[in-house]
Design a protein around this ligand. Structure first.
Ligand SMILES: *[C@@H]1O[C@H](CO)[C@@H](O)[C@H](O)[C@H]1NC(C)=O
Length: 339
């Protein structure tokens, strides 16, 4: 692996890292003071330059920031979510505080995601208050609140393929839920379908849809658009085909502590990456009998944030509680056959 470019962020513990969908060199990182237990939060906007990583801008919030998502229709806009139950809409073109704050969740909000399908421009958020909320960022209040989970929600994520469909992951009893809805008129949402995918299961932490953003091959689309991966507290990663969730389609074992985040590669159809409380980031090829491709051990604390570039087939970003943000090209991706 070529040396990672590192940005030290003293006093900030990284929770989420997301590459800009617009600018290949830009990364957003959601972070918290004091490991997110107390203190404030910071949104860091980081640029890669010839001489390394440089902080472009940072925005403070008075509680920890746990997740961040870029707008899919404005390169300057992002949404974060916070320990105080609020969501914030930021504009990186401006140096000052959030453009909007959405206060509805009653406990920590751990996940936020901006939809990618057909110009919907909707955001979902998942909270420890056991609800998922759906937002149109141009409207000051949520469009709908989805209930049904019976434990804290760690992850909510849109399908990149199926419009109006997202999944949410929570604790023991309801596992992962898939929800779909139709948008009848602007601002009015009818929840017309939801199901519990895993009625009894593990304590799920994170999940990700199979991506085919940059693949035009229809075969792959048909094959993988229902593929979802979950990362659990029991250290396992499991792939699920939404059409039949009785058995996982793959299981990846190797992490030593709970898995904190998992992402499919947008370039390599059977590659995914995961990061964990065991401080490592691991790369996997779930089509191989021996699926672990590489273990990256460059953090000294919980690795919580992870993203794979949408612009470069080899580039990865991560952040951890050790107050560092890193961008690097792991050897396994550099050596992979071109997509
Ligand atoms: C993943 O494994 C499959 C099956 O061995 C192989 O054909 C494919 O090239 C691998 N992909 C990468 C990116 O290593």
């Amino acid at each position: 692996m070529s040396a990672a470019r590192t940005l030290r962020v003293p006093g900030r513990h990284g929770y989420a890292a997301e590459f800009s969908p617009y600018l290949p060199a830009r990364l957003a990182c959601a972070a918290a003071q004091h490991y997110g237990i107390a203190g404030c939060g910071t949104l860091l906007i980081v640029d890669q330059t010839e001489s390394g990583l440089r902080l472009f801008r940072s925005f403070d919030w008075n509680d920890g920031l746990f997740d961040v998502t870029w707008s899919e229709n404005n390169e300057h806009v992002l949404v974060t979510c916070s320990g105080d139950g609020s969501l914030q809409l930021w504009d990186t073109a401006k140096a000052t505080g959030p453009l909007q704050v959405y206060r509805e969740h009653t406990q920590e909000v751990y996940s936020v995601d901006w939809s990618q399908t057909r110009g919907e421009q909707l955001v979902v958020s998942g909270s420890w208050d056991q609800t998922v909320k759906l937002w149109d960022p141009t409207v000051g209040k949520s469009l709908h609140t989805f209930r049904g989970h019976e434990s804290v929600i760690y992850s909510t994520i849109w399908s990149p393929h199926i419009p109006g469909c997202f999944v949410s992951a929570s604790g023991k009893y309801f596992g992962v839920q898939q929800k779909s809805f139709s948008r009848i008129t602007p601002g009015f949402i009818v929840s017309n379908y939801w199901r519990n995918l895993f009625p009894v299961g593990n304590y799920w932490h994170c999940l990700h849809w199979h991506l085919q953003r940059y693949h035009s091959v229809l075969f792959f689309l048909n094959c993988f658009q229902n593929l979802l991966v979950t990362g659990a507290v029991d250290c396992s990663l499991r792939g699920w085909d939404l059409r039949n969730v009785r058995q996982p389609v793959f299981e990846l074992l190797g992490h030593k502590y709970a898995i904190r985040r998992v992402k499919f590669s947008p370039f390599h159809a059977s590659v995914l990456a995961s990061c964990s409380y065991d401080f490592t980031v691991r790369f996997w090829n779930f089509s191989k009998p021996d699926p672990l491709l590489e273990t990256v051990e460059h953090h000294t604390e919980f690795a919580c944030g992870l993203d794979l570039s949408l612009h470069s087939p080899t580039q990865v970003a991560d952040c951890a509680w050790d107050e560092t943000i890193k961008i690097y090209d792991p050897a396994c991706l550099a050596a992979a056959p071109p997509p």
